[in-house]
Design a protein around this ligand. Structure first.
Ligand SMILES: O=C(O)COP(=O)(O)O
Ligand SMILES: [Mg+2]
Length: 224
């Protein structure tokens, strides 16, 4: 059990399965550029470090493209955003246990927040369309602060907005980026095994728990 005063939740791969929409947008971009289509398994591995890095990975066909600080070509990024604006939220849906878990955490009186590396222009409509928006007391998108996850900045900023200490906060995510942001920020960290994590198994990370669903996570939480 962990006793906390707030819970922060990752979006893609933790709350929502967004891969179908991202895949459709990536292939729209590839068609615009005259490039070959990309497989859905590749998109699943490429999510998690924000849209500019997803675009760089799709164009290069390798995960490591995100390690190069050069921004993606402007025409490719504009094309991806145009297509994602169209597809965002069309096929995305909460993973099993998400709505139940969110309701259970809220019923304990815990404030909830979303911390995502997705840009704000796509995050807010997606939370609205999937019915998650009313549950969230703070939303931190990947482009509103100087440093996204794995830096702890979004975690610390969200805790400040909620008026809680990171030590009294649980972060639930699906990736090494969530793990690093939460740990270095001083939070408790739970990880779900069903998300994206760049093709790696989250069981290799030293989280406080691996939880099969968000509903299972809620059973391990009490209000401090
Ligand atoms: O990479 C993204 O765009 C978003 O990923 P996240 O919600 O898992 O942080
Ligand atoms: Mg994620």
């Amino acid at each position: 059990m962990v006793a906390v005063k707030a819970v922060l939740l990752d979006l893609d791969g933790t709350l929502l399965d967004t891969v179908l929409d991202l895949h459709a947008a990536a292939n729209g971009m590839q068609r615009d550029l005259g490039n070959a289509e990309v497989a859905i398994e590749d998109i699943r591995a490429y999510v998690g470090r924000g849209i500019p890095n997803l675009v760089k990975r799709v164009l290069a066909g390798v995960l490591e493209a995100a390690d190069d600080p050069t921004p993606p070509p402007a025409d490719a990024l504009a094309s991806f955003k145009k297509h994602y604006e169209h597809f965002n939220g069309r096929a995305a849906k909460p993973f099993p246990g998400v709505m139940e878990g969110v309701r259970a955490l809220k019923a304990m009186g815990l404030p909830l927040g979303v911390i995502t590396n997705k840009a704000q222009a796509f995050t807010l409509p997606l939370l609205e369309r999937t019915g998650l928006a009313p549950f969230m007391d703070v939303v931190v998108s990947g482009d509103i602060l100087p440093k996204p996850k794995p830096d702890p900045m979004p975690v610390i900023w969200a805790c400040g907005r909620l008026g809680v200490s990171p030590a009294d906060t649980l972060l639930i995510g699906d990736s090494v980026h969530d793990f690093k942001a939460g740990r270095s920020g001083g939070c408790k960290v739970f990880l779900v095994p069903y998300g994206y994590n760049e093709g790696q198994d989250v069981r290799g990370l030293d989280a406080d728990a691996i939880v099969e669903t968000l509903f299972d996570a809620a059973q391990l939480v009490t209000r401090a």
